[in-house]
Design a protein around this ligand. Structure first.
Ligand SMILES: [Zn+2]
Ligand SMILES: [Zn+2]
Length: 269
């Protein structure tokens, strides 16, 4: 059984209203060994509602993290993470931020591509589905080639959440060239990917990324793979981790990865 959720948010993220303490109490009630909080820091992100910010208040976040970590130290191993929204022009700024704080774990995610956020329909305007997806994947590749200060790349096929298509999922073979380069670069650079179960929550019938990508990552020699629910409320913690475990095993993994002080540890399933 998977006993660690390595992608979660609380109200230090612009899109969660839940206190960190409630997230942690839920994780304890699920008998988790580790919960890693991975708050958003997304420069340039335009919030869908007024009064929301995706810029992290680092000092308050770390202060609250330390307080909650100590309070529940006998019950759970709480880890300090971050989900940074990567874009090519932000690389040096983000790298110096990451180096300034004692993070256990850094997820690097593409939330904005060429100035457009796929959360909004404008991203998909005047693009075929193939173009919309290809541009996103090419941007992921560009970031991976430029940036090395992260542990796993978040939800690699996040783009499929938001297009208004009848069939949002895709055939791996249509993008295999670009994906094999993405995966090979990640592996060569000693980085990892995550299995993000929010794809099930978005009714995609797959995790992010798809089984085919996870399987290809393993086939190419990929070892580092964390598992996260991307929970923004307590009820989402560990959602569909039974399916995640089945996907991992089917892809040939008999362990999953956790991180402490930016160092991977492998836990047998
Ligand atoms: Zn994300
Ligand atoms: Zn997230």
């Amino acid at each position: 059984m998977i006993k660690s959720d390595f992608h979660s948010h609380s109200n230090f993220s612009g899109d969660s209203q839940t206190s960190m303490e409630l997230m942690v109490q839920k994780a304890i009630s699920l008998s988790l060994q580790q919960l890693c909080i991975t708050e958003h820091h997304d420069i340039d992100m335009i919030p869908a509602e007024e009064g929301i910010s995706f810029l992290l208040d680092f000092e308050s976040y770390i202060k609250q993290y330390s307080f909650i970590k100590n309070k529940y130290a006998d019950n759970i191993d709480l880890l300090l993470g971050i989900e940074i929204g990567i874009q090519p022009h932000l690389i040096s700024e983000l790298s110096s931020i990451i180096n300034s704080f004692p993070f256990d774990f850094v997820i690097c995610s593409s939330h904005i591509v060429a100035g457009l956020d796929p959360y909004f329909p404008e991203y998909f305007l005047d693009k075929t589905q193939k173009e919309a997806y290809t541009i996103y994947f090419q941007d992921v590749l560009k970031n991976i080639k430029l940036f090395n200060n992260f542990d796993v790349y978040g939800h690699l096929d996040y783009i499929i959440r938001y297009g208004n298509y009848t069939h949002k999922t895709y055939n791996y073979s249509d993008y295999s060239d670009i994906f094999s380069e993405i995966l090979k670069t990640i592996i060569q650079n000693g980085k990892g990917i995550e299995l993000n179960t929010s794809g099930y929550r978005y009714n995609l019938g797959q995790p992010h990324p798809s089984f085919e990508i996870i399987s290809e990552y393993k086939r190419l020699g990929g070892e580092i793979i964390t598992v996260g629910s991307d929970a923004h409320v307590p009820e989402q913690i560990c959602n569909n981790f039974d399916l995640a475990e089945a996907v991992l095993k089917k892809a040939g993994f008999n362990y999953y990865t956790i991180f402490k002080s930016r160092t991977p540890e492998f836990v047998k399933i």
